[in-house]
Design a protein around this ligand. Sequence first.
Ligand code: PMP
Length: 344
Amino acid sequence: MKKSIQAFDSILDLVGNTPLIKLSKITQGLKGNFYGKVEAFNPGHSAKDRIALHIIEEAEKKGILKPGDTIVETTSGNTGFSIAMVGAIKGYECILAVSSKSSKDKIDMLRAMGAKVYVCPANVAADDPRSYYSVAQRLHEELKGSIYINQYFNELNIEAHYQTTGPEIWEQTNGKITHFIACSGTGGTISGTAKYLKEQDSSIRVLGVDAYGSVLKKYHETGEFDKNEIFPYRIEGLGKNLIPTATDFSVIDKFTKVTDEAAAHAARELAKAEGLFLGYTSGAVFQAIRQFEAEGEFDKNSNVVVLFPDHGSRYMSKIYSDDWMKEQGFFDNVNIEKSNEVEY
Ligand code: PMP
C-alpha cells in the first residue's frame, strides 16, 4: 500500500492544542504543583491565533467576510500578527492600528506578514481621535467590505477560549486543576477559559493578573471605574485603561497587580531556569504565582495552571536587552553577579 503524504493543509491546522509543561525549578519552595500552558507553541507564537481564527471563520460563516475583503483591528501586536497570518492564508487585506508602546520588533513583524500598520500614540484617552480605537473605527467606517475585529468588545473573543483553551486544560489535567491564573487585557483568555473550567468544577479558583497603571483590579473589587488608577506602564498586552466587555468579571475570583520591573525579571528567570523563552506578560504571570502563593492561595495539593501568552522573540529590544533593562533602572537593585548577568 502506498503511504500518503503527511502534511497539514496550512499552519491554521496547528492553532491551539498547545502543551502543558510542568514548572519544576522556578517554583521550588512554593506550595503546590505548577503547570504552564505555553501559547508560544501556536503557529503565530501567541494565544491570539485562537481568537483571530475563530472570529474570522465566524464572519465567513455569517457571510460578512468574502475573499478580497479587509480586516481592521486595534492591537498590541499579537492579535495583529495572528490576524495577518490568517488573512495571508485566506486572502484578506489587514489594516492594524497599534499603540506606539508596542515593540519595534512586533510592528516590523506585522509589516512582514503583509499588514498595513498605523502607529498611534499610547497615552491618550480611548475616545481621543488619535487613539488606536478611534483610528481603527474610522478606517472600518471608511472602507467598504471591511470587518472590525474589535477584540475588547467582541463576545467571540471569550467564545474562542471557551471552546478551545478551557477544554484543552480540563483534558490535560484530567480534571485535577484547582487554580487557573491568567493575564487580563481584553479579558478574553481568562473569561472564556474560566467559564468553561467553572462549568466543569465550580470550586476551581480563577486568579487574574493586572498591571499597576490599569483599572481592572479596582473595578473588579469595587465596581468603580477609577481614572486615578491610570498611569503609563511598560508591560504590553496586560491591563487596561477602560473596561472591556470581553471580560466577564463574574468568573474571576481575585486579581493581583504586578510591577514592570518584577515581571521583566521573572521572564528572564523563566528562560534561565525552565528553558522557556517567553514574553513580558509570561513574566507577569510567573510573578503573580509568587504573589498569590504569599497570600496563602495554594497548599501542597494545589494543581495550578498558568497561561503563558506569547514568545520571547517579540521582546528582544525590551526585556531581553540588558541596555533596555538598565535604561528602565531595572538593574539598579540587582546584584549583577548573583543574577547571572555577565559583563563582556
Ligand atoms: N499577554 C499578551 C502579550 C497579550 O498581547 C495579551 C492580549 N492583549 C494578553 C496577555 C492578555 O490576553 P487577553 O487579551 O485575552 O486578556
